[in-house]
Structure formats: structure tokens, C-alpha cells
Design a protein. Sequence first.
Length: 625
Amino acid sequence: MSPARRQSLLLEAVALHRAGKLDAAEACYRQVRVAFPKDFDALHLSGLVAHQQSRIAAAIELLSRAHRVDRASAVCEMRLGLALLAGGRTAEAEKHLRHVVAVMPNSADAWDNLAYCLKTQDRLEEAVACHEKAVAGSPSSATVWCNFGLTLALMGRLEEALRCQERALEQEPENIPASLARAQALHRLKRLDEAIAAYDRVLALQPDRADARSCRLMALHNVEGLARETVFEEHVLYGRLLGAEPRVAFANKPVPERRLRVAFWSPDLREHSCAYFLEPLLRHLDREAFEVWLYHDHFREDEMSARLRGHADQWRNVVGRSNDAIEVMLREDAPDVLVDLAGHTGMCNRLPVFARRVAPVQITYLGYPDTTGVPAMDYRLTDAIADPRGEADRFATERLLRFAPTAWAYQPPVSAPEPRAESIAGDAVTFGSFNDLAKVSRRTIGLWSRVLANVPQSRLLVKGQGLGESATRRRWLDRLGEAGIAAERVELVERCADTTTHLALYRRVDVALDTFPYHGTTTTCEALWMGVPVVTLAGDRHVSRVGASLLSAIGRPDWVAASDEDYVRIAVQLARRDGATPRGVALREAMRASPLFDHAGQAARFGAALRECWIKWCAQAAKAA
């Protein structure tokens, strides 16, 4: 190939590359690489194309070759670092990205990329220092402000995170990532009306933005008075946005009784509420019948991650990988059954991947209190109390599989302290709620106000993220005050630094008050385990029936209210010192004797549900053959 032809091909390739015609661009670059194996431009830009196409191994190989040809190109080295990071080779990535900031100390992109690398290693304080350099070097960049805010949000510094996103939008008012990150910050600050309006603004700018619609769906569960039909249609709309389910041929052998490869997908295989319900199932799942693969989609791994990893035949941390790369990986891994444990919870869900049908059987369970709306999601595991037969089925795009008396198996933290003495001590009764503050609706506050009014000298203890910040405290005291709850009867407590301290705080609570319409799950189990009775109000959908399932499981359906008046009556009754209510150790023992602690039995029922789903697929595969 002549030098003139090489130049012509490169120019054509670059034009195609810029136009987004990546396959055609790669074909041109490849011709140059064949003729000139050490051509830096062809290697470098081919590596960029490969990364953009989620061909990570190829990207690393091509960019590494380019870097060896020209070690002075900081841009190439930065792209190599990002490819290594996408491939999970974090230490190598950090080495290259640190070299880039050394030679390009004024590059905001270089500092930003190093910050991301550190963030994936849970080194958030170090990442913040990089972000500060990035915004100092490029204070007018919406992107660097947005990325700074995302890291601060991970650290729980939500007010600062919100300010960063607003700075980003000052620079670029229609920046989609910053608009979405601002909506999420408002959501986590429990400013739900503002958050939903912000999600709506993102969707007005970009209607096909699936992640924004997914986050909005999560927020809708906290909205009072929203018709069940409306919420369902919103989920169906999300599914339509992802497109029709593709027809995929699988090589998985349709043998009903063979050992199955069951894969679990979650960003929460760590110290997280989801893990306390998953671990007992994994520990007791029949390993002769099931091979377990765990996919952890989060940068943080901890002691809980290590325990879960010990229950797995294969563990993969896939944080930061694109949906395309995830799809390729799953098709290669070939699970028989793929279980989603996230649903529409936050930005860390992979429902768009499930929509592409990456396993013969796809199930959603545990992490999300509703249908996903995804046509390719086959089943949702639940129970007959959380989702009553007949009516609930009309509001699910999946088939509801009620696999056990209650859909949960609870494993309390090993660090949980002993509950306090069984009797209520002192003159004043303390009601408490440690639920996510997003769940504390106006109706909930109204119920709490009526309860306090009916129990003289009683107090309210509320714990939640952000209550240590003065602005958030003031906002919540104002909300409570508007409902007639005087500030002197309220104690607001920030989230605890560790689980043991959090659980020990229940020793100060006499009766736990559940939220409505969005019930607690982990908080209800934790309160009961710490010997504190819980009152809940049952509604017409899963999100407001979880409490009913949990309390029925421990033999206390009498603590489940059917109306507002009933809720107040039960709470007042539980506050009495008549000795009829099990508390402390007695309530903990009631939990031990319940299906929630029948871990072996629940795991067997769970395994039977997985097998039932597989057998149905085998029958369908036989018909199609």
C-alpha cells in the first residue's frame, strides 16, 4: 500500500468514525493496520472504535500496541487506561492514568478519568481531590462539575452534590447527565415533588432516556393517591421504550432435571438490605441441583461480599461495564436462569440488558416492589399476601409466582446486639421510624400525629440520611410541625455509621411505626429482631403490603391495620404496659419460629420455584423444536 493510499484510507476512516459508522471505519483502519502493522494512527483509532463497540479485549490489545509505538501520546495512554478500567484491570489502569496527569497536569479530562478510576476502587476521598483539580482547571465544564457531584452523592454529601449539578447546569442548561444527576440528588434528599419534576424535565429533553424513566418509576411509589393503573401503565411504557422482546435461540440443553446454572444480578451484594434476604437462600440452596453465579455491579466489596462470594461457584464484579459488554459476557457465560435483584432501583439496574433476552429464563425478585414492565422478564417471585391472587396479576407484565408463605428469608446481621428488656420503661413512650425518609409521606406524618395525640407524653424518634444537616432537619421539623407534631416531641437522628449502632438505637424505641404507601422491609425485620413491635397499614399493592406479609409470617396479623383509624388504634394499644404484647427476647423468638427464619425451607421452596420456571421453558423449547 502506498503512503498516499494509506492517507486516503485514514481520512475516509476518520470521516466514517465521526459519523458513527463504526463498522465501516474499522474496516478502513484494518486495511491500514495490515499494510502498516506499526501505524500509530490506525492502531490508536482502531482501539477507540473497539472500546466504543464494547470489544474491550480488542481495545486493550490495539491501544497497548499503539502506546508501544508512541509512548509520548498522552491521549492514547489515557484511552488505554480507560479500556483497562473497563476490562477490570484497575491497577494497570491507575498506573497509566496517573502518568497522564503527570504529563498533562492542566487537563480536566485527565483528572476526571483518574477520579473515576479511584471511585471504582471505593477510594472516594482521593477521587474528590482529583475532581477538585478538574473543576479548578475547567470551571466552565458541565461534565466535570457533573462528575464531581456524582462522587459526592456516593459519599452521602447530597447538598454539595446538588450544588455541583446546579453549577453544571449553569454552564450548560440542557446537559442531560447533569439534569439526571440533579434529579437523583433531589430524590435522595427526599424532595420528591422536585425530583419527579426534574425527571420529567430530563424526559422532555430526551424522551427515550430509559435510565431517567427508571429512576422516575422508583420515585412514583412514594407518591400518595397515585392510581394503581397509572403506575402500571408507566411501567408498561418503560418496557415499550426498551423495545419488543427479541427472539433468541439458546444452546442451553432443555433437560428438565439437570443441574442448572443460576445467575444472580445485583448492585447490592455487599452490606446492604438486599444481602440479608439473599444470603440465607444461597447458603441452603441445593448445590447438587444448582450452580450459583453472582454478578456484583458495584465498586464496593466488603465482608458481606466475601460471605456471599463463599456461596458462589463463580463471582464477577462488573461495575462500570457497558450494557453491550454485559450482554456479550452473559451470552458467553450462558446461565440457564438469570435472577434480577434490583428492578428499577437507582442507576445501577440492568433492565435494558434483560430486555435483550440474555437467558432462557429471566426472573425478578427481592429488590423492587413492583413489576418491571420488561416484556422479556418472565417471572416475579412474591407471595399471596404481598400480591393477592387474581387482582395483583392484572398489574404485572411478568407471571407472578407465589413460591412461599412469605417471599422473604431474613438473616439478621451477626453484629446485632441483644434486645432490651421486654417491658416499656419510664413514663414516656417512644414511637420510632428508621425507614427511608422518602417513604415518609404526608399521610404517614398525619397518622403519626394522631398516634402521638392519643398517647400523652409520647415522643417520636426518626432516623434517616441527611437529618444531621441543618437544612434537612429544618425541612423535616417544618413538615412535622404542619401536621401538629411539636418539635419538642421529636428527635431527629442522622444515619448511623455502622449496623451495630443502628440496631442498638432500637433499644430506645417502644413501638415502630411503618410508613405508607411504601412499607419498610428491612426496617420492619430489624425492629422485630430487636424486640420492637411494628404497626403497618395495608394497601392495595405490593409496595404497601410487604408489612402485612412480614407480620403475618411471625403470627401477628393483628398488627396490620386496614384503615387509618385502625393504624392509630393498634399503635396506641401496642404502647400500653399490659404485658400482652410480646417484646424483647419473646418477639425475637417469635421471629426465629417463623417462616422468615426457616432458611432451609425457604431455600427449598425458592429452588422449587426456579425448577418450575425451567421446566416450563423446557416444554416451550420442545414445542418449538
